[in-house]
Design a protein. Structure first.
Length: 55
């Protein structure tokens, strides 16, 4: 979905991604559907320590 519409849950509350404290440089052309950035939610089903990561 367009980044301007993407929300994340912080402390149980939905917050637009672009209004979070995260450093994202994807706010250019947010009103242009052909030029804006699109993001996809990922559900991590497993995590491992960095030492066990595979590239």
């Amino acid at each position: 979905m367009p980044i301007k519409d993407f929300q994340v849950k912080i402390n149980g509350e939905n917050v637009p991604l672009l209004e979070t404290d995260l450093y994202v440089k994807m706010d250019k052309d947010i009103d242009g559907p052909d030029l804006c950035e699109y993001v996809v939610r990922v559900e991590w089903i497993k995590t491992v320590p960095k030492q066990e990561a595979v590239w």
